[in-house]
Ligand binder design. Structure first.
Ligand code: FAD
Length: 480
């Protein structure tokens, strides 16, 4: 039999769950990727023509296609609606079954159900296998058989399960003779970015290595730093985290391989590896929250939080988006996401807290902005992070704990190095004055070439007043 492997968020050939599954039961395999119009067209309709993710995917797909060419085959690439293209390709190839990695986002589940129905009607099967999680769905449950909504006990149970059942990398090496020959009419050159309707971005100017080869480079680099992760990860000016999130998002890196690396180092006593592994556990945690509680996509995990009445001032929202709130660390962070598509985890927490608790803007506005701009945007993690910051989520911070944007800045960017990188108009200020320039003596501001309201904005809110307002706004959830 012939199996069609449908690549989605698993853009690599090694340690590939769907390919592994196909090779176990099929003599021949073919591989396909669809630039899905159901995902891309809405972006274009909203005018979002420059999207680093489309370029990232294109680079990963080109790398896979080149690897398949070395084996005398090719990747089938289409720019259509996946729900139509996949059943059509399966029919054209005479495939008995389609294999893919499971995706538990609500839209993806709906799409996959439609593909499965179309395949079934034609006598073919869809096999979705666990791919980008370590443990998914019901694999980690409480003693009462319920999903967890608190992280720490979830992690304990996750680690116990991993200890008992480590999720080893899978063999998906494919010999040239196992690759189905493609009829000439099915072989088409890869689409270009402009054929897909998108405009070039600055992706290639960023230092982000692309494709599975790029992921390998980052993994090698991070393995040399992982022992320091717990010490370095909170300081945005330092090279602390792995920068692997976009590769985990699109599967150019394998989560099984990464968990195995972290587990082994943790067993050898590395505190950095222990903490980093916890981050991968957070990733599974939020995916299982989304799977068991899909209402979080549009609503608060804790329903009473939907009673909060947000201020939602469009001008303040625009200032936040554009990095001109007058709070230097917030502005540096927003400029980082705008210029690179990445934002350091500490800063995601700072700007999310600022939007919801200093500006009183609905967390969904911020969630949407991140969804449009983050290279690593993942519905589950992004929603979880935003609801955590807004205090409306599972195991979120209590609403009365409100980040102070200035003390966060003094603590996590003490020298102001990160601020100077992204807010160059403040670069000449000292480490003491850069966190809250409105408090600096006029003479020092003048000497540094800073004129508040002219070269750099005055703060758009006063934190102490905003804090008091937020406590009032959140009073509707008191006692919940
Ligand atoms: P590392 O510190 O090296 O972490 C390793 C990996 O663990 C990450 O690549 C990621 O896959 C996972 N991870 C780390 N922290 C978390 C977390 N809190 N929740 C879930 N997974 C985590 N992460 C995303 O991948 N996509 C998002 O859309 C996203 N949106 C966020 C929004 C907010 C408001 C917040 C507070 C956090 C968000 N995160 C998101 C989590 C985290 O900020 C990023 O995963 C991390 O900054 C990515 O950088 P890294 O790969 O260098 O991380």
């Amino acid at each position: 039999p012939l199996g069609l492997v449908w690549l989605r968020r698993d853009l690599r050939l090694h340690d590939h769950a769907a390919l592994h599954a196909a090779l176990r039961v099929c003599d021949k395999v073919a591989l396909a990727f669809v630039f899905d119009r159901d995902i891309l067209d809405p972006l274009l309709q909203r005018g979002l023509r420059a999207d680093r993710r489309v370029e990232f995917i294109l680079a990963a797909v080109a790398e896979i296609d080149a690897l398949l060419h070395e084996r005398g085959a090719a990747l089938i690439v289409r720019h259509e609606r996946a729900r139509e293209a996949i059943p059509a390709l399966a029919a054209e190839l005479g495939a008995q079954a389609v294999f893919c990695g499971r995706d538990d986002e609500p839209d993806a589940l709906e799409r996959d159900a439609a593909v499965e129905r179309a395949l079934r009607a034609d006598g073919r099967d869809l096999h979705a296998v666990k791919e980008h999680m370590i443990f998914e769905r019901d694999e980690v449950l409480t003693a009462q058989g319920k999903p967890y909504s608190v992280f720490t006990p979830y992690r304990t149970a996750w680690l116990a399960r991993y200890d008992a059942q480590p999720q080893h990398p899978l063999d998906s090496r494919v010999q040239p003779e196992r690759l189905a020959p493609l009829p000439a009419r099915m072989q088409r050159p890869l689409p270009t970015l402009s054929e897909l309707g998108f405009a070039p971005t600055n992706l290639r100017e960023l230092k982000l290595p692309l494709g599975a080869t790029g992921a390998r480079e980052l993994v090698d680099d991070f393995q040399r730093r992982i022992d320091d992760y717990d010490q370095a990860r909170d300081y945005p000016a330092r090279k602390g985290p792995s920068y692997l999130s976009v590769h985990l998002r699109f599967g150019t890196a394998s989560v099984r391989e990464l968990a195995a690396i972290a587990w082994a180092r943790q067993q050898a006593g590395s505190e950095g590896a222990r903490v980093w592994l916890s981050e991968l556990v957070w990733r599974d945690f939020y995916f299982q929250i989304l799977f068991h509680h899909p209402h979080v996509v549009n609503a608060a995990f804790k329903p009473t939080y939907d009673r909060i009445e947000w201020r939602n001032d469009p001008a303040q929202y625009a200032a936040w988006c554009e990095g001109r709130t007058g709070y230097p660390l917030v502005d540096a962070a927003m400029r980082q996401i705008n210029e690179t598509g990445y934002m350091h985890n500490r800063l995601r927490m700072v700007v999310a807290s600022f939007l919801t608790k200093d500006l009183g803007i609905d967390w969904r506005w911020g969630e949407r902005y991140f969804a449009d701009h983050l290279n690593d945007f993942d519905l589950a993690a992004n929603n979880g992070g935003w609801q955590w910051a807004a205090s409306s989520g599972c195991d979120a911070q209590p609403y009365f704990r409100i980040f102070n944007p200035v003390s966060q800045s003094e603590k996590f960017d003490a020298n102001g190095d990160f601020i100077r990188r992204y807010v160059p108009e403040l670069a000449a200020l000292s480490a003491r004055d850069i966190h809250a320039p409105w408090k600096a003596p006029a003479a020092l501001l003048q000497a540094a070439g800073v004129s508040l309201g002219v070269t750099y904005p005055a703060p758009i809110v006063r934190h102490d007043l905003a804090r008091a307002e937020t406590l009032e706004r959140y009073a509707v959830v008191k006692g919940e």
